[in-house]
Design a binder for this molecule. Structure first.
Ligand code: G3H
Ligand code: 13P
Ligand code: ZN
Length: 309
């Protein structure tokens, strides 16, 4: 089974009212942990690569690792560019074997966002690759995209319809209250479900995407801190809200921070408990298992994507 696009995956997810997890990958252990969970859960899965991941591991290593995952697992896997900031990075990923790219023009004025997105869509569609775009701005910090909470604006439903019509993007990331990283909400976590419902009703049969959807599970923050970490005031998106989003046309949910926390908690714990060990395999093995456990939990209890293959 070669890499696939997300077209069929999203169609099934939309009809089944669940979401497919898109997990950020940076190295072999993360890829192996995610894929073994997807296999165990019989779940669709998207592996996504940020500009930072490409810089860290290089395009060729990541694509070859993902090819190995496809061959080894036999699973339908989407390889997706996360937050492509311009045409060039999208083109490099399309030419370099990705089956899906995100062009993130959300920080640009509306018409510019449309222009950038149209250009990528045209190039991608001619080559059988699908495109995610973003409209509205998330609060928080991410690779090459820094947005102040003050500037953050939620997605306008009328604009969303026009944007999809004019760009022909295959899926749309919307802003309804989530944000990137471990510090998502200052007070009570809240998502604008009324807005989500409106957008979803105005774009029937159309896959929506939620970024910044880690829950920042307190147990993992506590474990990091117990073994020498200093993560204060972290707060993520409650899992029941994400589960609910899957009922309103959200077909892709992005998760990175929760994997980082699970992996880091495991490494911290191992090294503190085994001060004499210095073989990376000794601490990366439980770290890979921690990724597996986190992803399996997401698929089962948050995305509702288990046994959907
Ligand atoms: O939304 C961004 C993802 O969490 C990727 O983060 O750019 O640090 O790789 P990164
Ligand atoms: P989190 O930081 O909430 O995991 O979001 C990841 C993301 O949106 C990647 O694009
Ligand atoms: Zn994101």
């Amino acid at each position: 089974m070669p890499l696939v696009t997300s077209t069929e995956m999203f169609k099934k997810a939309y009809e089944g009212k669940y979401a497919v997890g898109a997990f950020n990958v940076n190295n072999m252990e993360i890829i192996q942990g995610i894929i073994s969970a997807a296999k165990q859960e019989e779940s669709p899965v998207i592996l996504q690569v940020s500009a930072g991941a490409r810089k860290y591991a290089s395009h060729i290593y990541l694509t070859k690792l993902v090819e190995a995952a496809v061959e080894d697992s036999g699973l339908p896997i989407v390889l997706h560019l996360d937050h492509g900031e311009d045409f060039d990075i999208c083109k490099a990923c399309i030419d370099g074997g990705f089956t899906s790219v995100m062009i993130d023009g959300s920080k640009h004025p509306y018409e510019e966002n449309i222009e950038m997105t149209r250009r990528v869509v045209e190039y991608a569609h001619e080559r059988g690759v699908v495109v995610e775009a973003e409209l509205g701005r998330l609060a928080g910090v991410e690779d090459a995209v820094k947005v102040n909470t003050k500037d953050a604006t939620y997605t306008d439903p009328d604009q969303a319809v026009e944007f999809v019509e004019r760009t022909r993007c295959d899926s749309l990331a919307i802003a309804i209250g989530t944000s990137h990283g471990a510090y998502k909400f200052k007070g009570k976590p809240e998502l604008d479900f009324a807005r989500l419902e409106k957008i979803s009703n105005m774009l029937p049969n159309y896959p929506l995407v939620l970024h910044g959807a880690s829950t920042v599970i307190p147990e993992f923050v506590a474990e990091c801190n117990q073994y020498g970490g200093k993560i204060d005031g972290a707060q993520g998106c409650p899992e029941d809200m994400l589960f609910k989003a899957g009922k309103y046309g959200v077909c892709k949910i992005n998760i990175d921070t929760d994997l980082r926390l699970a992996m880091t908690a495991s490494v911290r714990k191992y090294l503190v408990e085994h001060p004499g060990d210095f073989d990376p395999r000794q601490y990366l093995k439980p770290a890979r298992q921690a990724i597996h456990d986190m992803v399996a939990h997401k698929m089962r209890d948050v995305l509702n994507s288990s046994h959907r293959l």
